[in-house]
Write a protein that binds this ligand. Structure first.
Ligand SMILES: *[C@@H]1O[C@H](CO)[C@@H](O)[C@H](O)[C@H]1NC(C)=O
Ligand SMILES: *[C@@H]1O[C@H](CO)[C@@H](O)[C@H](O)[C@H]1NC(C)=O
Length: 116
């Protein structure tokens, strides 16, 4: 009896998880940069109803924003879907590893290597 109840609960949880996964609209590319590949981050633009998408980290010459901190965004869409985006960047990802955002040009450039 206890086993059967456990099984039913496990099944219910699995079904609910499946429904939850399906409920996410296709225009939601990501809810957190963790969902993107290692060379990407989750970005959103300031435009109304902007879709969060996985975008590539900056390469040399890419536009960048200095002090581009990951943020939390509360988004809602005309169909009533709402979500909280975490660890998401406004407009642009950071530069790739080994690069930094040069303030003069606002582009990703190789970090200055300092030798001791
Ligand atoms: C992106 O850059 C900001 C500002 O330099 C930094 O605080 C943040 O940790 C960086 N994000 C990642 C994933 O390294
Ligand atoms: C590296 O140093 C040069 C000379 O000081 C400077 O002009 C340049 O902006 C620096 N690069 C970065 C990515 O900060």
């Amino acid at each position: 009896m206890m086993r059967q109840i456990k099984l039913i609960i496990v099944l219910l949880v699995a079904i609910l998880a499946l429904i939850e996964a399906q409920e996410r609209p296709s225009y939601i590319g990501c809810l957190n940069s963790i969902e993107c590949s290692a060379s990407q981050c989750c970005t959103i633009s300031q435009q109304k109803y902007s879709s969060p998408t996985c975008d590539n980290l900056g390469i040399i010459g890419s536009s960048c924003r200095p002090n581009n901190e990951p943020q939390e965004f509360h988004v809602s869409y005309p169909d009533g879907f709402t979500a909280i985006l975490t660890n998401t960047y406004l407009n642009l990802c950071n530069c790739s590893d080994g690069l930094e955002c040069e303030v003069e040009t606002l582009t990703c450039q190789a970090s200055n290597v300092t030798t001791q």
